[in-house]
Structure formats: structure tokens, C-alpha cells
Design a protein around this ligand. Structure first.
Ligand code: EPZ
Length: 416
């Protein structure tokens, strides 16, 4: 499998345009089933998770083609309602197809998505929301068999502001008679992007971005043209890269408001941040200082997906940075690999304590999950000498071309 070779210890200087958001494109691709016609999806990232979602759509009898950063989807001829185990396992978030398939066909058969490197990934909130909407759901032998029995809009109170459960509720409610009110809904920008798409697809939706989202049945519009929002986590990754290596960088085609908790942390570390309407510039001079305590939380809190790259940017800072990971129980796996570069990180359950060291050295390291792999690249840029990062397949799930993007920022990096 390919690996990344990085010659670190050099200041960065450059500019990069950020890709479209993986976590927006995926639920919108599922939602395209509700259009019963064509979706033209612009600014869609060319990543393996999107490829997997295209394979799911084709398996369901739809067409899915890519020309550059635009996907051309047509779900008018959808024939199936079953996603086989192999396709489900290719992508953790394939469960978001459940609500869309049910809303379109009235039945769905999927295998239970397995856990992943971040820990167990339960879907109990998804299933209880769908049952509340009138879906009959049977779990047997690792599969879930769902049937819509007179689906009707209702109130769904989410115990956790789960992104996926909010998305599945919005998708399933698209075809329900009456009004659905989702409380304690996730507020992420990707939820707002999905709501914009569903409105264009014919749904009546309001409240997205707040904790209460209301959905009324849509009349399929037959064709939607949509542009995916920028990937805020990729933006956070590249800002962290400049902080790690030192230097100056301009991260373009982003929404600065979407990553406010990340730029706040970088400013606490001593980086100079300049925000423009669709870009953020960062200047990192000299040895940075601690970010203090970084606690992950649902949006608009500090994003869990940005925890690994920011941790990588903190390992050479003077002082101690404490990371509290509230979202997933196993999201510090990158710490062990960072220690191979000389980092001083102590893990205690969901807390990781980073004590800054004056220097890191390049080392062979292995990625075990998407954002942890990105963190290894961020750290390698700030480490003296050569690093080789294997397990690149994890990183390619969410970053179009991390080597090319980091080269645009001045990094000496290539894929082998
Ligand atoms: C989405 O995952 C993102 N993935 C994740 O990004 C992100 O880390 C996560 O939201 C949190 O922001 C996509 O959008 C494709 P959740 P999701 O449901 O929807 C618990 C990346 O790196 N929970 O908001 O799976 C769950 O265990 C990925 O791009 C239940 O208990 O996350 C977790 O502790 C990683 N029961 C918490 O809620 C449920 O039914 C938040 O999970 C569902 C979730």
C-alpha cells in the first residue's frame, strides 16, 4: 500500500484551496435517492468514501459518474433497497443511506455497520428515531430489515445531538405525512448543507443549525444542482500543519466561522490568524505555547475530528496541553505513533496530556484511522528528518490529495 514520505523540519510557506466536505457530500449522496431524478453535485471531494457511496448508488440501480469535482447522479431508475455487507463495510457512514432508502422505497435491508478504529459506533438513536416515524425494524444476524408502516411525522427527541441520527431522521421524514420535529438535533454545518439540498429537492425544512429542526414532506423536484460546502476538518488540518512546522500559510475556499474553535486554539498557542470571508491566513513564528485545555464537543464546540491534527501541532509547544475527548472512546490511537517521533503524551481514558518537547525527529509511523493519519503528517512536518507514514488508505478516505495540498504549503512530501 502507498505511503507518505515527508522530509520535515522546514518552515512552510504557501497557499492551498480546500476540498469540498466529505461529511456533507456523503449524506447528500444518500439524499439524492429522494429526488427521483438528476442531482449535479459540485465541489464534491474525490475521496474513497465518496467512491464507496457511488458504488452503493449504482448497486441500487442508480447512475453515478464523476467529471472533475462534479458528480452526476440519477436515481430515477432506482431498483433495489438492499445494501450488501461488503458495500456497508467499505464505509462507516453508509448507515446514512437507511433513512433515504426507506423514504424512497418504504423498505430497506442493510447490515449493521461495524465498529471502527474510534470505538463502538452504535446506531440505537438512528433506529429509535426511525421507529418513532413508523418504521418497523427487525435486527437479525447482523442485518437490519426495515419496513415503513404508514410513516407519519412525529417529534423525535435525540438523547445525543448525533450527526448521523439527525441526518437519518431528516431523510426519513422527507416522505412522512405530517410534520416531524427533531429536538437536540446536531448543529454542524454539514447538517445545514443537507437541509439546503433537501429544500431544493422539495422538502419544507426549517431550524437547521439550531437544536430544533422541522421537516415536512417533500414533493420530489426531479432535479437538483448543489455545491458542497468546504471541508472544515481539512482546513483545520492544514492550519495545524503550518503551526507544527512554523511559517506562513493561506487556507482558501473555506468558511472561517466553521472552524472558529480551531483558530481560537491556534491563537492561544501564539499563531497570528487573519480571517477573510473565504480564507484564513496563519503565521507561526518561534516556539508556540500551550493551547491550554481542548475539550471536544458537538458543533459549535471544538470538533472531535480536529483533535488529532491539533494535538500534533501541540507536541513541540512549550508547556502542557490537555485534550479531553468526549465524543469517541478510542480517539487517541495516534498518540503512540507520535511518541515514536519523540512526543511526550500520556493517555488516561478520555484525557491525553501533551507535554511540549523542544524537538521531534522523523520516524516510520503507521496510520490507523483517517484523522489520526492526518495528524502523523502534521507532526512529521515539524520533525527533523525523514518520516514515512504507512496505512495511507485511511487518509485517502477523507483527503483528496494530502501530499499535493501540503506541497502547495511548501512541504517536502511525496507519495511512494
Ligand atoms: C459524524 O459521525 C462524522 N462522520 C464523524 O466524522 C464525526 O466525528 C462525528 O459525526 C462527530 O462530529 C460523518 O459525518 C460521515 P455521531 P457520526 O452520531 O454521525 C454516539 C471523520 O473523521 N452515538 O454524531 O457517526 C457515538 O457513539 C468522521 O470525518 C450513539 O451513542 O457521529 C458518538 O459517541 C469520524 N448512538 C456520539 O454519539 C447513535 O445511534 C457522536 O456520534 C449514534 C451516535
Amino acid at each position: 500500500m502507498a505511503s507518505l514520505i515527508i522530509n520535515g523540519g522546514r518552515r512552510l510557506c504557501g497557499a492551498v484551496d480546500v476540498q469540498g466536505a466529505k461529511n456533507s457530500a456523503l449524506p447528500i449522496m444518500a439524499a439524492s435517492l429522494l429526488v427521483r431524478g438528476e442531482t449535479v453535485l459540485q465541489n464534491c471531494p474525490d475521496i474513497s468514501d465518496v467512491d464507496a457511496a457511488m458504488r452503493i448508488l449504482r448497486h441500487l440501480g442508480c447512475t453515478a459518474e464523476r467529471i472533475g469535482s462534479t458528480l452526476y447522479l440519477d436515481t430515477g431508475q432506482m431498483t433495489g433497497c438492499r445494501i450488501p455487507d461488503g458495500l456497508m463495510r467499505e464505509m462507516r457512514s453508509s448507515v446514512v443511506f437507511l433513512g433515504a432508502i426507506l423514504a424512497r422505497t418504504g423498505e430497506a435491508v442493510l447490515s449493521l455497520p461495524g465498529g471502527c478504529e474510534l470505538g463502538p459506533r452504535p446506531i440505537d438513536l438512528h433506529l429509535s428515531a426511525l421507529r418513532a416515524l413508523g418504521m418497523e425494524i427487525a435486527e437479525s444476524g447482523g442485518s437490519i430489515v426495515c419496513k415503513a408502516r404508514e410513516p407519519r411525522g412525529c417529534r423525535i427527541d435525540l438523547a445525543i445531538p448525533s450527526v448521523g441520527a439527525t441526518e437519518n431522521s431528516m431523510l426519513a421524514a422527507f416522505s412522512c405525512v405530517g410534520e416531524t420535529v427533531i429536538t437536540n438535533a446536531a448543529r454542524e454545518p454539514e447538517i445545514c448543507d443537507l437541509a439546503r439540498y433537501l429544500r431544493a429537492a422539495g422538502a419544507e425544512i426549517c431550524g437547521e443549525g439550531t437544536s430544533v429542526i422541522t421537516v415536512r414532506r417533500g414533493r420530489p423536484s426531479g432535479r437538483v444542482l448543489h455545491t458542497v460546502i468546504p471541508d472544515r476538518i481539512a482546513a483545520a488540518t492544514y492550519l495545524s500543519a503550518v503551526a507544527s512546522a512554523g511559517g506562513a500559510g493561506e487556507i482558501r475556499n473555506i468558511c472561517p466561522e466553521h472552524i472558529r474553535p480551531v483558530t481560537d486554539a491556534l491563537e492561544r498557542m501564539g499563531c497570528r490568524i487573519r480571517k477573510e470571508p473565504t480564507a484564513v491566513s496563519i503565521l507561526a513564528e518561534g516556539r508556540l505555547c500551550s493551547a491550554g485545555t481542548v475539550t471536544t464537543a458537538p458543533y459549535p464546540g471544538f470538533p472531535t475530528d480536529a483533535q488529532p491534527p491539533l494535538m500534533a501541532a501541540c507536541i513541540k509547544c512549550c508547556g502542557m496541553t490537555v485534550f479531553v475527548e468526549t465524543m469517541f472512546e478510542n480517539r487517541f490511537r495516534h498518540a503512540g505513533e507520535l511518541r515514536r517521533m519523540g512526543a511526550d503524551i500520556r493517555k488516561e481514558g478520555r484525557v491525553a496530556i501533551v507535554t511540549g518537547v523542544p524537538m521531534l525527529h522523523g520516524a516510520p509511523v503507521e496510520a490507523s484511522d483517517l484523522r489520526g493519519g492526518a495528524a502523523l503528517a502534521v507532526a512529521a512536518l515539524g520533525a527533523e528528518g525523514k518520516s514515512e507514514i504507512t496505512g495511507l488508505q485511511h487518509v485517502l478516505r477523507g483527503y483528496e490529495d494530502i501530499a499535493s495540498d501540503l506541497r502547495k504549503l511548501g512541504a517536502e512530501i511525496y507519495e511512494r
